[in-house]
Design a protein around this ligand. Sequence first.
Ligand code: FAD
Length: 293
Amino acid sequence: MKASAFSYARATSVGNALELLAAHGDGAKVLSGGQSLMPAMNLRLISPELIVDIGQLAELRGIAVKGGILRIGALTRHVDLQRSPDVATHAPLLTDAIAHVAHPAIRNRGTLGGSLAHADPASELPACMLALNATIIVSGPKGDSRIAAGAFFKGIYETDLSAQELLVAVELPVARDNSAHFFYEFARRHGDYAIAGVAAQAIVEDGIFKDLRLAYFAVADRPVLARAASGLVNIPVTPAVLSAASTALAAELDPQQDQQASAAMRRHLAKVLMVRCVAALLGRPDLDAGGLV
Ligand SMILES: Cc1cc2nc3c(=O)[nH]c(=O)nc-3n(C[C@H](O)[C@H](O)[C@H](O)COP(=O)(O)OP(=O)(O)OC[C@H]3O[C@@H](n4cnc5c(N)ncnc54)[C@H](O)[C@@H]3O)c2cc1C
């Protein structure tokens, strides 16, 4: 199938893109890498009247580190994130996660901003934003706003962005000393959307978590930061402590069912991921050997 007829405009600046979006309201859609938008249009899941192509806006590209903050432009492609020494040094969780986003052909065109604005609950990068405590920078008719990642994702393909706004960048605090990270997803094949996955960022001192952010994806209608992780912080993690946290996690999650997995299977996989993640982050294989799940 082919997309319905649509008009096309190439934005010449962020200001011009915002004018075009404001003039066409809900009938307009932003085009970045097109890796989610074009398939959705070709399947006629959406039929925008106007495509506003922001792909040439150099001001939305790039990766910079300043004052303890890693800023990544919305148009930065997945492949650029994957190859960036700054990302590898200051947000290595992202480097690990990107390898699981689709395939090279898609990573060559798909962008960070597109992935976050698309807000597929099975996507890797939105969960990374939660784990990394990112701030999402948005430009709109009333100027710029800064939104915590935890407040940005609202549901399946739903974010805090309005049709008149552009996601322009994300900002991440750079990894501190004693930072550790973990990324894993269960998927049928490498590059497929996950059945369940976790992106984790932690501070570990003397074998104790001082901070632990476990962001799950594909287990709810949006990425979720597990509240149960708090039961593992500032306490020696014994099998009993981990078992209690895993039970709390299962109670907290309300996964969806689809053709890939039942809700019960997703809940089980989330618990398995917690145990593997904690064992890996603490360097404690014993925790993953005790049949806790
Ligand atoms: C075969 C296949 C496999 C895939 N596998 C995965 C996977 O495993 N994991 C995964 O996460 N993704 C996967 N994807 C999806 C894809 O990688 C991302 O969703 C994509 O990279 C989004 O970025 P984009 O730049 O292509 O966005 P586009 O397709 O251009 O846009 C996506 C949506 O975001 C909006 N948008 C884009 N940029 C902005 C902006 N700056 N401000 C406001 N709104 C904006 C668009 O209007 C549109 O609604 C897959 C896609 C395909 C085709």
